[in-house]
Design a protein around this ligand. Sequence first.
Ligand code: FES
Length: 214
Amino acid sequence: MSDGTDPRHRVDPAINSPGREGLTGTAPANLYAPSLARDQITIAPNLAPADDQPAWRQDFPIDWPQDLYVERRDFMKFLVLTSGAFTLGQVLIGLQNWYRKRAGQPAMRRIASVDDLAVGAALLFTYPDENEPCLLVRLTTSEFVAFSQKCTHLSCAVIPRPAEGSFYCPCHEGRFDLRTGAPTAGPPRRPLTRIVLDIRGRDLYAVGVEERAI
Ligand code: FES
């Protein structure tokens, strides 16, 4: 035999020659050439032929051999589209923040009476609107803090743990300092949004929202 598959055959020193695989890191040219029709490799869950599958399933095939069918152009298209969507999302968040700052502080709202909370207790309320859950915590007889309940990592709801001195985020084990809202563990990097409080007589009021970068 002279095709290079016979180990007794003299090895051709050319880097892409048959028989050099494994020695040089090269692979036979036919390894990447599709030798089977896609329908021979797999049957899609909806049983439709490969060409009738939705584009996303053609881009992300179920079987590894079908990955060979993803062209570089398709992959680049996917990268460009996802990067574009990500950039657009960031711009929208920026615009939303700019609009919030321009709109000024939200209206004052009564949260509770001082007597409603024992020391170490927490109370859930919403501010500045019904879609923004917040937590009020009584630290001492005279000290109260309030923060948005949304974790600054991916917006899961944090849980107050006054005995540990922290807010705990169960999604990715994030933790924030109970007194300052600063991140102390896990993936969050930004502090919890603080709700500015005002005590008038025996009543506690939310009077503003303080977004903090660090
Ligand atoms: S969402 Fe809170 S740690 Fe990830």
